[in-house]
Design a protein around this ligand. Structure first.
Ligand code: HEM
Length: 255
């Protein structure tokens, strides 16, 4: 009886027979490139990251830099309004519906179990989704408390005149202390988790947030991509301009 040919490098290695290599190829289909993050989501993400860094720096400097702190706050509001709408009408994997997971799914993901047809690692996985929602929520609270804040020296948020003095002062305390600390902790966790995936799990999440594409193996490669064509980008532009309009209108209430 003929013994099967085994190569020390594995069935597809250089020492394997042609047939063994063909079989190995059939078992390991070439990964497919899938557009996961549409351009508007990527622009939103990197602009939000820059805005956050700028806001922390200008807030720490204070004085004349507060003019920029207010401008960046206005930009953050516009970005968040845009993302809330994009979460409803944006690309397949940017929609909130694609990354709202039941607690049971999160627990199963943590235990390493995925059901057939469940593509938990294509968009935001159940752990990442939690951090995304937490960051969006705390950033909204940070912008909201900034809008009604009053530092009793020189800086008053544009909506401060609509709230009681005590509310404005409580908002200021939150904005400057807990709010900023929680955001910095969440961002540190966020970046730490991404580095963990890169170093320990050999999974690059940053590349897809830059190029938009993920290289997906097996059944995961058959998922529908996020739409990211001229039409959706124009829609995003219109929504971004509308979000900027909303933000400017809010900021003008203080005039
Ligand atoms: C500095 C402030 C940052 C904030 C506020 C922030 C916030 C966010 C948010 C809200 C998302 C969800 C994107 C969406 O669905 O719209 C996200 C995803 C992501 N961020 Fe950041 N981010 C920050 C910095 C960074 C940095 C420095 C990196 C790179 C090291 C990074 C890499 C990523 C990646 C790779 C994803 C996608 C994660 C996934 O595949 O699920 N972020 N970030």
């Amino acid at each position: 009886m003929k013994t099967p040919s085994h190569s020390p490098e594995g069935p597809g290695g250089p020492g394997a027979t042609k047939a063994a290599r063909a079989n190995a190829g059939a078992r390991r289909p070439t990964p497919k490139t899938v557009r996961v993050w549409d351009l508007p989501t990527r622009l939103f993400h990197w602009l939000l990251a820059l805005t956050l860094v700028g806001s922390v720096v200008t807030g720490s400097i204070g004085g004349g830099a507060m003019v920029w702190h207010f401008r960046l706050g206005s930009l953050a509001l516009a970005l968040l309004v845009f993302r809330l709408v994009w979460g409803l009408v944006g690309g397949r994997w940017s929609r909130f519906a694609s990354f709202i997971y039941a607690p049971g799914t999160v627990l199963r993901y943590l235990r390493g179990g995925q059901r057939p047809g469940e593509h938990l690692d294509v968009g935001h996985n159940p752990l990442g989704a939690g951090s995304v929602f937490a960051m969006l929520a705390i950033l909204l609270v940070q912008v909201g408390t900034g809008l009604i804040a009053d530092d009793e020296i020189a800086n008053v948020g544009p909506l401060n005149k609509f709230v009681a003095t005590a509310t404005g002062l409580a908002a200021t305390a939150w904005h400057k202390n807990y709010g900023e600390a929680i955001i910095l902790a969440l961002v540190a966790l966020h970046v730490g988790a991404i580095l963990f995936y890169r170093l320990r799990k050999k999974t690059d999440l940053i590349g897809p947030m830059v190029s938009g594409d993920k290289s997906l193996d097996g059944a995961a490669g058959d998922v529908p991509p996020s739409r990211d064509d001229t039409r959706t980008r124009l829609l995003a532009l219109v929504l971004a301009l509308a979000a900027a309009g909303v933000s400017l209108w809010v900021m003008r209430q203080g005039a």
